[in-house]
Write a protein of this length. Structure first.
Length: 276
């Protein structure tokens, strides 16, 4: 029996992954700001511990990790899932809106990871799964600040993977595309208070698409949860896991663009080395 520690587990991806893990026979520490929302969603189960965690509080993160180990003896899989989106142009996003987003999506993830890692280091085993986004690999107009938080998660995950590999700990960053969850509605998505008319032709299209695509996205959330079980079962999990055909298409297109641009500018790029 493995022990999962999942943040933001009262709904969306977090709740579905928790359900899949319980069904697989594992134990789950499901965290949320209000633990009652977890039990309302997942019910009561002897292998389920619902505990309070506001990821912006590192004190609460350490308390939740300690409670998990006290209850189940270990933490095998950490899923850093808690987060939300911000839709708006870079210029439209205020300093306060940007700071709040980073506090949850980046600093919250770091705080929870710092709370769990001492237990995994002691075990000399574990798997950290950080949920990024296709927006953490390629930028979209209107998702710049949100994408910046996910680009940060990508960089953190890459570096962390190298740091903890000698300790028997694995790291995977998951890049979902657009799935049929509540991500695009008001429960998970914030919009910048300011909207500048000059961005109507670019960010305006993204705002309209967010309304049109809400609950009509290509991805099936329950299949995503199943993919997480496959990931947890893998003897050699990938550093990156792209989920959704839209993600695969977008990443292939970006990789081709970067390769083309690099080839075109290779001479300039390499011309800046010292010559003896």
């Amino acid at each position: 029996m493995r022990v999962w520690f999942i943040t933001g587990a009262s709904r969306g991806f977090g709740a579905l992954i928790a359900e899949a893990a319980l069904k697989a026979g594992d134990a789950v520490v499901a965290t949320a700001r209000d633990p009652k929302t977890v039990t309302a969603r997942l019910g009561h189960h002897e292998r389920l511990l619902a505990t309070r965690l506001d990821v912006t509080s590192e004190t609460e993160a350490h308390a939740a990790a300690g409670q998990a180990v006290k209850t189940f003896g270990r933490i095998d899989i950490l899923v850093n899932n808690a987060g939300y989106g911000l839709l708006g142009a870079i210029e439209e996003a205020s300093a306060a809106e940007t700071q709040r987003l980073f506090e949850t999506n980046v600093f919250g993830l770091l705080g929870v990871t710092r709370a769990v890692l001492p237990h995994m280091r002691r075990q000399r085993s574990g798997h950290i799964i950080n949920i990024s986004s296709v927006g953490g690999y390629t930028g979209y107009p209107g998702w710049g600040v949100y994408g910046a938080t996910k680009f940060a998660v990508e960089g953190i995950s890459e570096a962390l993977a190298g740091e903890v590999a000698p300790l028997g700990i694995k790291v995977t960053v998951v890049e979902p595309g657009f799935f049929r969850t509540d991500f695009l509605d008001e429960s998970s998505l914030s919009r910048t208070a300011q909207q500048i008319e000059d961005y109507h032709a670019s960010v305006g299209k993204t705002r309209a698409a967010a309304v049109d695509f809400d609950h009509g996205q290509r991805g099936d959330p329950r299949k995503l949860a199943g993919a997480f079980i496959q990931l947890a079962n893998a003897a050699n999990p990938p550093l990156r896991l792209q989920l959704g055909s839209d993600t695969v298409e977008r990443i292939e297109a970006k990789n081709a663009f970067v390769a083309k641009e690099l080839a075109e500018w290779r001479e300039v790029a390499t011309s800046t080395d010292f010559t003896e």
